[in-house]
Design a protein around this ligand. Sequence first.
Ligand SMILES: [Zn+2]
Length: 343
Amino acid sequence: MKEAILYEKLKNKNVRCQVCLRRCVIAPGKVGYCQTRINKNGKLYTTIYGIASAIHNDPIEKKPVFHYKPGSLALSLGTFGCNFRCKFCQNWEIAWADGVAEAKHGTKISPKEAIELAKRHQSAGIAITYNEPAIWLEYSLDVFKLAKKENLYTCWVTNGYATKKTLDTIAPYLDIYRVDLKSFDDKFYQNLINVPKAAPIFEMTKYVRQLAEKYPQIHIECITNIIPTWNDSDKTLKEIAKWIKKELGPKTPWHVTRFFPYAKLTNVPPTPAETLYQAREIGLKVGLKFVYIGNLAVDEEDNTYCPKCKTLCIERSGYATRILAVDKKGHCSKCGEDLNIVM
Ligand SMILES: [Zn+2]
């Protein structure tokens, strides 16, 4: 166990965790909501430092991230626990796990070993994914610091519920912030995720955009998993698309993905294909330049076209990526338009 880096000591040996917006007050002997931070005699410890639940060498497109080193592999690591309780979680077996108990069963991997593994497998980067990376802050930080020395890129696949303090801590070492923007509706977050409000997730994403002024290496991509009857209305999708355009910029990639029934949300059918095509149309109409459909076999809706001259710049088929017309600067090689792609 390693002492946590962001917490506040309170009266009677209680502590307040500062990692995510839940800001759990934790009594001695107890754990926080994510079940991975334990108060031992007035000090907060993380139980999952260097404990992985899954390690894969994934195409970066699988995160999904389409505009950062397309076609590259990212060593992807996940741990146990989560600060959300999404009823539809695809990784609920690890996300809802008890981080204290699982620490004994997970794969031990030190930051140095993670970097060595990435290099051995020709990964171009490291992604912390599968469950919420913010709860793995101490480990992410140590891995990312080493990654930067080795010229590997770094990625957080996040639900967006980290505090400013956490974001400030990771930002200098973070290249890709891939965030879930599910809905503006508090009821969505209350009923499906057990989080009281939607707004803070958007506020924190905006904050990361501000951090990117100071740390210009930070690249942001957004995803909305569209769940029938919950966040599939034209109004909701338009609202999210408009927000991305205004706050993050029209060239921010937006992934609209198909929902499949999982875990405790099995009474809702998979998202119909037409809803996803409609969502993409909405995003493009609002003025977003790159809207991609995910979790559905499509013809061309996951390709990258130059928004200016319409040239096919990147062709994708499953996780096979063919770069056809992008220069080293990430611009369209036909007309020079900036595609907001890091090559
Ligand atoms: Zn062009």
